[in-house]
Write a protein that binds this ligand. Structure first.
Ligand code: AMP
Ligand code: GLY
Length: 419
């Protein structure tokens, strides 16, 4: 695997590029479309992640051996299957397996079939609204309504009041989230603390990557609107060996057995969004990719050569490749544009008043405008640090953020506050 193409252009993809650049096994690295950060690790290609024909041209032109798929959209659209008869290896699941992320109803049916712990649920379409209303009436806590399809992290509503939930159910079925909510999954509310587990697999073997926890709300103390993610830490203090064993036995192994029984091809990452309730893990969601900003703490805690690790996925010797984890904690703090996750402006000059020497600056929404680095998205830069514990790591990121500025920059200083 000498020539590698990473698809995507966020902090996750910069973290992957940063790590791959350190491998002696990679000769040339391309990122499509990338950002100003990935351009320091390899060559950015101005190609949309959903433009499979242009991706194929680039693969042939640059003799790419492996495509690492960052975001979910190309996976759900079937990029693995598109390259099925091509010699390039795609690190990412097949279109069918990607339905674990692409359809909440599919994921819940999969978990029910293979006995994987998750919330009780009912899938509702315009054909069985009454059943949905009755199901809402039966709940004795908050009501969780999820758009079945991809909705850019916005398709989940958690509602206290039953009448309000019934109204929202109807609005969703009538197209509140477009086609994504023509099916709605109603779930029981699980009350607990969330964490993220990342598994690298080839469908037979697997390795568990460092465990992380992300912080999605815009405001300190987990208040305000949901975002793509405002920060993350790894490891997660409350996930001890016992919890790790439960996750492996009750969730990871049955998930892989289910994929095998259904003959779904899966080379890539499984992102388990989990919640701890009464000291037991439950699945909140499956994603078929790495998380962002979790990758910005997970990758810096992996000491192995990432290219060798990925090669072992395709060579079917992943079992003999234990993950060597950095003992120190890592934390990342996301700098976002003022107004995000609602309306915000791009093109603001990003300046550094001093060199950042003891933290890693992962670019997310940035681009180079002549000599000037400028903002180019809602999430702009993730500042990752190591520390003896997550508090020390967060403090170090916050200290370094003091050297970075752009107009209306916003971030959370309290990552890890609930631990
Ligand atoms: P999802 O897109 O499925 O990850 O849902 C987004 C967020 O909604 C999750 O990160 C949880 O905080 C919350 N959530 C989703 N499902 C449930 C549930 N059944 N019980 C409690 N919270 C949930
Ligand atoms: N950090 C959550 C996600 O990547 O979906």
């Amino acid at each position: 695997m000498q020539n590698i193409l990473i698809l995507g252009g966020g902090g996750r993809e910069h973290a992957l590029s940063w790590k791959i650049k350190q491998s002696s096994q990679c000769q040339s690295l391309f990122i499509a479309p990338g950002n100003a950060g990935t351009a320091t690790c390899g060559t950015n290609l101005n190609i949309d992640v959903l433009d499979f024909d242009s991706i194929k041209k680039a693969v042939d032109e640059h003799n790419i051996d492996c495509i690492i798929v960052g975001p979910e959209a190309p996976l759900v659209e079937g990029i693995y299957d598109y390259f099925k008869d091509h010699k390039v290896k795609v690190l990412g699941p097949s279109k069918l397996a990607s339905q674990l992320e692409g359809s909440k109803a599919f994921a819940n049916d999969f978990m029910a079939e293979f006995g994987i712990p998750t919330a009780g649920y009912l899938s509702v379409t315009s054909d069985n609204i009454q059943e949905g209303i009755d199901y809402i009436d039966k709940q004795d806590s908050k009501i969780v309504l999820k758009a079945d399809g991809l909705a850019a992290g916005k398709g989940v509503l958690i509602i206290d009041d039953k009448e309000e939930a019934k109204t929202s159910l109807k609005e969703m079925l009538e197209g509140k989230f477009g086609a994504a909510s023509s099916t709605v999954v109603i779930e029981e509310f699980l009350d607990g603390i969330e964490f993220s587990v990342f598994v690298l697999t080839n469908g037979e073997e697997f390795q568990i990557l460092p465990i992380a926890k992300d912080y999605k709300r815009i405001g300190e103390g987990d208040t305000g609107l949901n975002t793509g993610g405002m920060g993350a830490i790894s490891p997660v203090p409350f996930v001890d060996d016992e919890m790790g064993q439960k996750v492996t036995n009750q969730i990871i192994k049955p998930t892989l057995e289910g994929l095998k029984k259904r003959n779904y091809e899966y080379y890539g990452f499984i992102f388990l969004g989990l919640i701890k309730v009464n000291n037991n893990p439950y699945v909140i969601e499956y994603n078929c990719r790495m998380g962002d900003p979790e990758t910005e703490v997970v990758i810096p805690r992996i000491k192995n050569d990432l290219v060798a690790l990925i090669k072992s996925v395709f060579d079917h010797n992943l079992s003999s490749f234990p993950i060597d984890k950095e003992d120190k904690s890592a934390a990342t703090v996301m700098l976002v544009s003022g107004g995000y996750p609602e309306k915000y402006e791009k093109g603001k000059a990003i300046t550094f008043s001093a060199p950042i020497d003891d933290a890693i600056v992962f670019h997310a929404g940035t681009k180079q405008d002549g000599d000037q680095l400028v903002t180019n998205g809602g999430r702009v830069i993730a500042v990752t640090s190591y520390g003896k514990d997550f508090k020390a790591a967060v403090a170090n990121s916050v200290k370094n953020i003091g050297k970075i500025s752009f107009e209306k920059m916003n971030y959370r200083k309290d990552i890890g506050f609930d631990l």
